[in-house]
Design a protein around this ligand. Structure first.
Ligand SMILES: Nc1ncnc2c1ncn2[C@@H]1O[C@H](COP(=O)(O)OP(=O)(O)O)[C@@H](O)[C@H]1O
Ligand SMILES: [Mg+2]
Length: 595
């Protein structure tokens, strides 16, 4: 239960919904309970009047007795009708307050979680898979909503009905009240028990269902591979197997479900039998009127539904607590990428990396060892190395996606830990190794949130990234929508769009992480030539595994297994006759063969 405390701030925020909802619940139940007494009065009246009616047999007064009797019954009937209507009106208001409150809280909670996700560092997303992140914000919030809405509504209903009904029952006959309430604890316990089984089984079914949808989704998106490896038949068999498990579990659930209503009926019926038997004795002893027996039976049925709801409410609250616990776990994680001094400034672009050592926090892999480099503002440096040598790690550290384990990175002589994180990132144009494009138009992919960007800037960026000619070939040009339902770009086009996105915002520092790997050498040269113009006056870090990308840089750093093995200008390194020279000769001869 302590996990649900987190939601109290929302109850406070929407206190008026809660207070009014409680009042409306009480009022609507009052209108529900009072008719039982009217029925008692009516029935007792019938009994008495019939005696009177026969007593006046043969007298003129008999017809007046009849008229009075008919009028009273009509009046009682009308009263019951009006009360039922009023109950209905208030029931409407109950839902309009409590369920509306739950929808508001659901909205706030979703926003709170999403906003919190956005503040969390990359390492968080490494540790938790996307499915988990999504489940918190959809399924778990949904379960919590069942608590803040329906569970509270039924809970309040239960309490007010119990208080009212037991109050009225006691005022009529105490002995009968005790007898009627005897099966109640047993009833609520068994409902709770059966309900827990139902919930557990439906959760298993839910898990199975998501397995099936993951399976089918994968089968559809991988349909090309599936077909070319002739796996249609095995895939169908695997699907049938999953579907079979689902069917079996569903049938299990139906079995338990079917137990539910008979159980409730038996126990409610038991209470009615007790009322008739004990009530009959009391009537014979003259302590109770016959009308009261009917009244009590009505009370028994009024208590039945809240009893069912009690079991349901209890298991909903349990589930909500479990969900909220999971949500809290995420909400309690705070980002460690914070800036104490929070310096916001226009960056010149001077980079200094001093003896940096970096270990990935989640895997413990040592990615950089004693790495140092100095890039003055406006200079360009190329970082070359094989896969896994730590090149992308440098890009991550410069954007402060992670903090260094040892050593320091300074930008414009200021440790980046003291710079405002968003300010720093927004002045770096970063083209990540794994291109990601959003299912949106090409224009919006280039703009990506920079609303002030002009059409000229977008076009210029596309031209510089050598993408413009491709774009205007599409019938819809920059409005062409990408993604699953839109156009699929080739690997090279995607990379160039990704470059256009980075250069369009005219950053002070440009980091290109192996972003030309999917374009041919000719296009690479073209882009690099265009970039030369852009790189003028900006600091650029070009990460690559191809020497052709590195030629243009003022300086080249050769990286191997996290260590710097060689550095200098292209000419220096060629002269040194070391690893760079070796790589150069190898790659250039391959290229000659290719062209
Ligand atoms: N997010 C990460 N978490 C844990 N280990 C990582 C992560 N990214 C990269 N690594 C590891 O760090 C090393 C350097 O990786 P990386 O910088 O990506 O190399 P490169 O870009 O040169 O191919 C590799 O051994 C890689 O497995
Ligand atoms: Mg890399």
């Amino acid at each position: 239960m302590k996990y649900l405390k987190h939601l109290n701030k929302y109850f406070l925020k929407y206190k008026w919904y809660l207070i009014l909802g409680t009042v409306f619940t009480a009022v609507s139940n009052l209108f529900g309970v009072v008719p039982a007494q009217i029925v008692r009065y009516a029935l007792d009246l019938v009994k008495e009047t019939i005696d009177l009616y026969f007593l006046f047999d043969g007298f003129k007064l008999q017809s007046s007795v009849y008229e009075f009797f008919a009028f009273s019954i009509l009046l009682y009937g009308l009263m019951i009708l009006v009360l039922a209507l009023l109950k209905g009106v208030f029931l409407f208001l109950v839902r309009q307050t409590l369920i509306v409150m739950s929808r508001h809280i659901e909205f706030d909670l979703k926003n709170e979680i999403y906003h919190h996700y956005q503040t969390l560092p990359l390492s968080f997303y490494r540790k938790n898979n996307t499915g988990d992140l999504m489940a918190r914000i959809s399924e778990d919030v949904n379960k919590v909503r069942m608590y803040v809405g329906p569970a509270i509504m039924y809970g309040l209903n239960l309490i007010t009905v119990f208080i009212l009904v037991i109050w009225y029952m006691l005022s009529v006959n105490q002995k009968l009240t005790l007898w009627v309430l005897l099966p109640v604890p047993f009833l609520s316990f068994s409902i709770y028990f059966v309900n827990t089984i139902i919930m557990r089984k439906s959760e298993q079914i839910q898990a199975n269902l998501s397995k099936i949808s993951t399976f089918t989704q994968e089968a559809f998106s991988g349909i090309r591979v599936l077909k070319s490896f002739v796996q249609e038949e095995p895939s169908t068999i695997a699907f049938t197997k999953q579907a079979n498990i689902y069917r079996q579990k569903s049938l299990d659930l139906v079995k338990v479900d079917s137990l539910f209503s008979p159980l409730v009926s038996v126990l409610a019926g038991l209470s009615s039998v007790i009322v008739v038997y004990v009530g009959g004795m009391e009537v014979m002893a003259g302590r109770l009127t016959p009308g009261s027996i009917t009244e009590f039976i009505m009370y028994v049925y009024m208590l039945t539904w809240p009893m069912i709801a009690l079991g349901w409410t209890a298991s909903q609250i349990q589930r909500a607590a479990a969900s909220q616990q999971r949500i809290n776990e995420f909400l309690n994680i705070k980002t460690d990428i914070v800036s104490k001094q929070n310096i916001s400034k226009e960056i010149e672009g001077d980079i200094e990396v001093r003896h940096v050592h970096f270990v990935y926090p989640d895997s413990g892999i040592v990615a950089l060892k004693d790495f140092s480099m100095k890039v003055s503002a406006g200079e360009s440096v190329a970082i070359l190395g094989t896969t896994g040598s730590g090149k992308s790690t440098i890009a991550n550290l410069l954007c402060r996606m992670y903090d260094v384990s040892e050593g320091e990175i300074r930008i414009d002589k200021i440790p980046i830990k003291n710079l405002n994180v968003n300010g720093l990132r927004s002045q770096i144009g970063y083209v990540p190794q794994d291109v990601f494009l959003f299912s949106d138009s090409i224009r919006n992919n280039v703009k990506f949130g920079a609303d002030e960007m002009t059409e000229e800037q977008i076009i210029q960026a596309a031209k510089d990234a050598d993408l413009y000619d491709n774009v205007i070939d599409f019938p819809e040009g920059f409005d062409t929508v990408l993604g699953e339902r839109g156009v699929t770009l080739s690997g090279g086009q995607k990379q160039r769009l990704s470059i256009a996105r980075a250069i369009a915002r005219e950053p002070r520092i440009l980091i290109l992480d192996d972003c030309l790997s999917a374009v041919d050498t000719k296009t690479e040269n073209q882009i690099l030539n265009n970039l030369q113009g852009i790189m003028k006056g900006r600091t650029s870090v070009i990460i690559s595994h191809r020497v052709s990308s590195a030629k243009l840089a003022d300086r080249i750093i050769m990286l191997d297994d996290g260590y710097i093995v060689e550095q200098g200008t292209h000419d220096d390194l060629m002269e040194a006759n070391g690893v760079y020279r070796e790589l150069y000769d190898k790659q250039m001869s391959v290229e000659e063969v290719a062209t």
